[in-house]
Structure formats: structure tokens, C-alpha cells
Design a protein around this ligand. Structure first.
Ligand code: 3PG
Length: 211
């Protein structure tokens, strides 16, 4: 089916921020997910950009309360792998017609990425009403999504790319933003140093933002 909007709305409403995770260490995947979930960020996007990303997903999916999805999904093959790994949703940086059509045959919803009105309209014509706005800051950020609100009134966005705590607040104040994605809640040095308490604290701060 085209994008299951109800299912995606439910998932994207759980928390105001979705950590965008680039992590290849299977042995610490669970600790990282536990810290994020303990802080209140239950929806986790694990990008398929590292060799062990699917195993990382499997580990994170074992954490009670975690809703784990795959990110950087660019092919039908990756969609199949995402389902097998136990993902509950998928995210893509783009919205190629081939990808949108392939997602019709997959039982978990896809959040495709767009950067322009034409791309948003193409995704909308394929039945998609929830879209990622990527790369949000580089494309003009809050100003652009404000400008989309009236002409693309039936589309709801999850901006990602270059967002931090303060910027997240500004995006979440927009009526056409349901949540934001970002990696600022898990700084590389905290992950490398296994500083799960710091990550939990950052997640807690982010979870308090209003969606
Ligand atoms: C990404 O795809 O890498 C995300 O948009 C995260 O971006 P960030 O690291 O700038 O938050």
C-alpha cells in the first residue's frame, strides 16, 4: 500500500526528537539504545551506513520500549533487510519514484526525504503525506518549512540535518512539523567513551521539547 499515514503518524508522535544513529559497534548498541530510551527518546533511526548496521538494529530492537527503524534506505534490497532485522519503519534521504513504488510492497512504512516543492508534490502523488525535509539547515531551515505550510498544507514534515537543541525548538513550533531528527543527542566523544549517562541526559532534555 502507499504510505500507511496512520501508522507513521503514531510512530512520529511518540517523541519530539528521533536520534539519527550512525553506529557500527554491535557490542555497545544495546547500551546506546537503553540510554536514549531511558531519556525518553524511544524512536530510533539506525542508518544503514555501516557494515554492521543491521545487527545494531537487531540489538536495539531488544530494548524494551524502543521503536527502531532503518535510515539511509536507498534500495528495495535494503527494505527487505530492514523488515528482516525487525525494523518498524524506514527513512530515506530521498524520494525516487523507484523507491516510493518499492515501498508499496513492504509492510512497514517509509518516511522519504524531499528538499523542494516539486519533490514533495511527487511524493504526495505517490500517496505520501509524511516526509523528511533533508538536509534541513542547508536548505534554509525553518524559513523554508514556514513557506511550505500554506501551499503544501496536507504534508507534514520531519526535518533532519544540522539540527541542534535550540533549532529543534524552532522547528517544533511550526504547525507542519511533527518531530525532528538529529544526532546531537549522542555526541561522538560520548559514544566512544561509553558515557551513557551523558547521552541519557541529552535525550531527556530533547524529550522535553514539545512536538
Ligand atoms: C543524517 O542523515 O545524517 C541526519 O540528517 C542527521 O543529521 P545531523 O547529524 O546533522 O543531525
Amino acid at each position: 500500500m502507499p504510505q500507511d499515514a496512520a501508522a507513521l503518524r503514531e510512530t512520529l508522535s511518540i517523541a519530539p526528537v528521533i536520534p539519527v544513529i550512525v553506529h557500527d559497534d554491535v557490542s555497545t548498541a544495546r547500551d546506546l539504545a537503553e540510554a536514549l530510551v531511558a531519556g525518553g527518546l524511544r524512536v530510533l533511526e539506525v542508518t544503514l551506513r555501516t557494515p554492521h548496521a543491521l545487527q545494531v538494529i537487531e540489538e536495539m530492537a531488544k530494548v524494551s520500549g524502543a521503536v527502531v527503524g532503518s535510515g539511509t534506505v536507498r534500495s528495495p534490497l535494503q527494505m527487505g533487510h530492514s523488515v528482516e532485522a525487525g525494523c518498524q519503519f524506514m527513512v530515506s534521504p530521498g524520494a525516487s519514484p523507484r523507491l516510493l513504488e518499492a515501498a508499496n510492497g513492504v509492510r512497514i512504512p517509509l518516511l522519504p526525504g524531499i528538499g523542494t516543492p516539486t519533490e514533495a508534490m511527487t511524493a504526495s502523488e505517490h500517496g505520501y503525506s509524511f516526509l523528511k525535509f533533508f538536509p534541513a539547515e542547508a536548505l534554509g531551515g525553518v524559513k523554508v518549512l514556514k513557506a511550505y505550510a500554506s501551499p503544501l498544507a496536507d504534508i507534514t514534515f520531519c526535518p533532519t540535518g544540522g539540527i541542534d537543541m535550540q533549532k529543534a525548538k524552532d522547528y517544533l513550533a511550526l504547525p507542519n512539523v511533527i518531530c525532528v531528527g538529529g544526532s546531537w543527542v549522542m555526541p561522538a566523544d560520548a559514544v566512544a567513551g561509553k558515557d551513557w549517562k551523558r547521552i541519557e541526559a541529552l535525550a531527556r532534555e530533547a524529550a522535553r521539547l514539545k512536538g
